[in-house]
Design a protein around this ligand. Sequence first.
Ligand SMILES: [Zn+2]
Ligand SMILES: [Zn+2]
Length: 389
Amino acid sequence: MGKMSQARLRLRAELEAPPALRRFGSGWISGVLGLVLGVAGLFLVISLRAPGALAMPELRGLHQHPMFRIGLHVLLLGAFFLSAVSLALRRGRTLGTSGVAATLLAALIGGSRATALVPDPTPVFFGLDWFVLNVLFTGLVFVPLERLFPNKQEQGLFREEWREDLFYYLVSSLMVQVLTFLTFAPAKSILALAPMEGLRSWVGGLPFVVQFIAIMFLTDLVQYWVHRAFHRVPWLWKFHAVHHSAESMDWMAGARMHFLEIFVLRGLTVIPMYVLGFSEVAMHSYILLVYLYSTFVHANLGWRLSLMERVLVTPRFHHWHHGLEAEAVDVNFAVHFPLFDRLFGTYFLPPGRWPSGYGIQGGPVPKGYLNQFKYPFVRIRSSERSQPL
Ligand SMILES: [Zn+2]
Ligand SMILES: [Zn+2]
């Protein structure tokens, strides 16, 4: 085995260390934080070097902002300091050394003062900076909450298959351009065929709150049936089975979704919003909400939320959708309002109880991103026939 792969295995073993080796004072927390911030800083510096190819156009302006540069500087200093703390506290040096290496490399290629080497926009770009900001922000909100109020107490941050789910995060963030294009293109062509100006200006003129709630209702109604179709039509299920193959629920699990499903779901939610003429502010606020909300419902959060549960989808409601139990099959399709499941007869929420485990009985979906990407395209056996929706 090569030196690199040995180092990689050692690093993974450190991240997935048993609880006794992760306790406060062991240098694990500082080591992990140092490494995460170091790699985040390194990726941000790389995207500053090649903003044309590795930065989102919406974020390129932010790159030149003094606060962004100061923030990046503080991030790299913090990464270096935390890695040093870990080196002082921890017997194994893998975490600390990796954090220091990532930080030094980031400094070496320009650090917080990095200028663009390849400034010109390329026709295709990857949202590397988007990935970093995405994971840092979501992690910052949800990791502490999951530590404080876990449903499954024993589940660590680096649980089974965390690398796969993080990779899903990476792919969908990098592909932000392709996804946005594929999402808006059908909506734009519908609009070209049927302008509907009267309706659109009326909808766009409604108060923000009304528009926002209307979007939630409309998209949830559409998503309910799309989601249900993904469960009940066998060849669609193969795509959606990838999402259900997650055996641990947390803030990273929701990212696991077949590329085609992301595109179909986003496309079908954007079409009604866009075509009906909701205002940009209402649409963007909704997209932000749905992003945070879907992270929230997958999170390992044991909150009871019995009042909220009656009106809105909660982690427990969606966890039952992922439950291993026979009674959890094909229930709770709604994303925002359990009302739709009550209306269409698929509501299941036993008082106070959580599922015993997550995933699909028999584990038909293979492990690993590429295998899961290919999985739906493998021929369907004739025994798997269509059932009614
Ligand atoms: Zn589902
Ligand atoms: Zn889910």
